[in-house]
Design a protein around this ligand. Structure first.
Ligand SMILES: Nc1ncnc2c1ncn2[C@@H]1O[C@H](COP(=O)(O)OP(=O)(O)OP(=O)(O)O)[C@@H](O)[C@H]1O
Ligand SMILES: O=C(O)C1=C[C@@H](O)[C@@H](O)[C@H](O)C1
Length: 207
């Protein structure tokens, strides 16, 4: 029975990937969303299913700057320095094809970044703040400088700051072509539900 289930699942995934690939025609996919929304996790799976290459824009910024972490870039330089480098990375990626890019949570705030991302298909991963704060609290806030407040416990620090950021960035995230809400634990892209209330560059195809 479970073998049948996994064969069915694999076939379904293959069929959906073919359908989506035809519509994408080699365009890149940009995953946007708050910290902890699953951009890296989902991005790697999507890239594999679509036969695309996967990139994480935070890692590319670290490589470009020559520092091991975003937290260190914020500390040694500044957030503005990080944002400039993030824009350069997105500009460079926007001339390429067949990439899935997990963007930094704040990449959406600069209009110029949307000029780059609009060359591909942007997908916003929408996850309730409580779930985000729980995920982030599990690993601590040290690697996410905007959430790091030593005086508060990790859940409260993450939830409080994420609420402010979500309020400030609501409109920016709404620029995405597609909004996806992940229901429950991620198992495979076929578990994602595309919210049909927004324009979809995939003609309503469900990922
Ligand atoms: N659908 C999901 N359900 C439960 N946990 C998840 C889900 N997706 C990702 N996670 C977990 O949440 C954490 C954050 O995921 P991930 O690193 O993919 O997010 P992200 O959006 O890339 O974050 P950031 O932008 O801060 O790097 C990880 O520990 C991951 O295992
Ligand atoms: O939401 C944000 O502004 C950020 C998210 C992370 O991915 C990193 O890009 C950085 O910590 C800033």
């Amino acid at each position: 029975q479970s073998l049948h289930n996994s064969v069915d699942e694999a076939l379904l995934l293959k069929r959906k990937a073919e359908e989506v690939q035809f519509e994408l025609n080699g365009r890149c996919i940009y995953l946007v969303g708050m910290m902890g929304s699953g951009k890296s996790t989902v991005g790697k799976i999507l890239a594999e299913v679509l036969g695309y290459s996967y990139f994480d824009s935070d890692s590319l910024v670290e490589q470009a700057v020559g520092m091991p972490s975003v937290a260190q870039i914020f500390k040694v330089h500044s957030e503005a320095f990080f944002r400039d480098s993030e824009s350069s990375v997105l500009r460079d990626l926007s001339s390429m094809h067949r990439l899935v890019v997990a963007t930094g949570g704040g990449a959406v705030i600069r209009p110029v970044n949307w000029r780059y991302m609009k060359k591909g298909l942007s997908i916003m991963l929408d996850v309730p703040l409580d779930a985000l704060a729980k995920r982030i609290a599990q690993v601590g806030t040290a690697s996410r400088p905007l959430l790091d407040q030593p005086s508060a416990d990790p859940y409260t620090a993450a939830f409080t700051k994420l609420s402010v950021l979500a309020e400030q960035r609501g409109d920016a995230y709404a620029n995405a072509d597609v909004r996806v809400s992940l229901e429950g634990m991620l198992v495979a892209p076929s578990f994602m539900v595309v919210d049909g209330s927004q324009h979809s560059g995939l003609s309503g195809a469900k990922l």
